[in-house]
Design a protein around this ligand. Structure first.
Ligand SMILES: Nc1ncnc2c1ncn2[C@@H]1O[C@H](COP(=O)(O)OP(=O)(O)OP(=O)(O)O)[C@@H](O)[C@H]1O
Ligand SMILES: [Mg+2]
Length: 265
């Protein structure tokens, strides 16, 4: 039975869609069958990250019962994708998402859903459809406050929170530290992704960042996160492995704890 992971944040532009693409590509490199879904129904852009501009059948048609879910799937090579529509005019009910995609859990190992940056039915629909969510945040007070709101809402709805992804980190003193973020939110940080203009370059080439710059620090964080989430061991080159063993970061420890709790018990 496949697992559904929702990528959530209640703030725009923090890196949800980039994370869906990078994490999806990272999970696929471990040989897993992956489906990405655009659950950001009012301002969809997952397709645009991968050069799908005008899809014929989208999640909107599926939610409106005008198309079968299998007909909305686009094959991208390393993973599959269900885009959403920028032009669909009728109102659809995002809370039906879980029901409409349930048959896909038998066909994919992992389904990763992008979401809207507001606390609306679209985000709730993604939370309800997910077995666990990852909340994307950046290290600043305004984003952290919306992160806490997202965490509280998912807790209220009983959705499991797998952890936070701290994205666009500049490693500057003025930023909130990982410790601050964990202490305030009460949720472990599972990956720290540096701010990197190569992420923007990858987007301009419609490529997952993890594929475009696989040796970058950010790509490696997504690979390590992917491995922990799916119960695989990530094996970097010897010297990097040794460095992590001598000097593990807090997110390394969090990933190990997650791996042990989920896959070794
Ligand atoms: N680690 C990073 N370093 C540099 N740029 C990044 C990083 N992560 C994302 N970006 C860039 O930030 C912009 C917003 O990212 P993205 O579209 O993934 O955010 P989002 O949370 O999905 O936004 P929205 O809520 O509007 O859908 C994009 O141009 C993306 O390339
Ligand atoms: Mg987005």
């Amino acid at each position: 039975m496949g697992e559904v992971i929702g990528i959530v944040s209640l703030k725009g532009g923090v890196g949800k869609t980039s994370t869906v693409v990078s994490l999806g590509a990272a999970i696929a490199t471990f040989g897993k069958k992956v489906l990405l879904i655009d659950g950001n129904l009012s301002a969809p852009n997952l397709g645009l990250h991968l050069n799908i501009v005008d899809p014929e059948v989208t999640l909107h048609e599926v939610l409106a019962r005008k198309a079968k879910v299998k007909d909305s799937i686009q094959k991208m090579g390393e993973f599959d994708l269900i885009p959403a529509s920028l032009i669909f005019r009728e109102k659809v009910n995002p809370l039906k998402l879980k029901d409409r995609i349930k048959s896909l859990k038998n066909k994919y190992d992992y389904v990763i859903i992008d979401s809207s940056p507001s606390l609306n039915d679209e985000t709730l629909g993604v939370m309800l459809a997910s077995d666990g969510i990852l909340v994307v945040t950046t290290p600043d007070h305004p984003t952290l406050s919306t992160t806490i709101k997202a965490v509280n809402h998912s807790k209220k709805r009983g959705t499991k929170i797998n952890g936070l992804i701290l994205n666009r980190v500049h490693n500057k003193k003025f930023e909130l530290s990982l410790k601050d973020v964990e202490k305030t939110s009460g949720v472990p940080v599972m990956a720290v992704v540096p701010h990197d203009t190569d992420v923007l370059e990858a987007l301009s080439k419609f490529k997952p960042f993890t594929k475009y710059k696989p040796k970058s620090a950010g790509a490696e964080e997504y690979l390590r996160l992917a491995a922990a989430l799916i119960g695989e061991k990530y094996k970097p080159v010897k010297i990097k492995r040794l460095m992590k063993w001598i000097n593990p970061k807090k997110q390394d420890i969090n990933r190990t704890v997650f791996y042990r709790e989920v896959f070794e018990n």
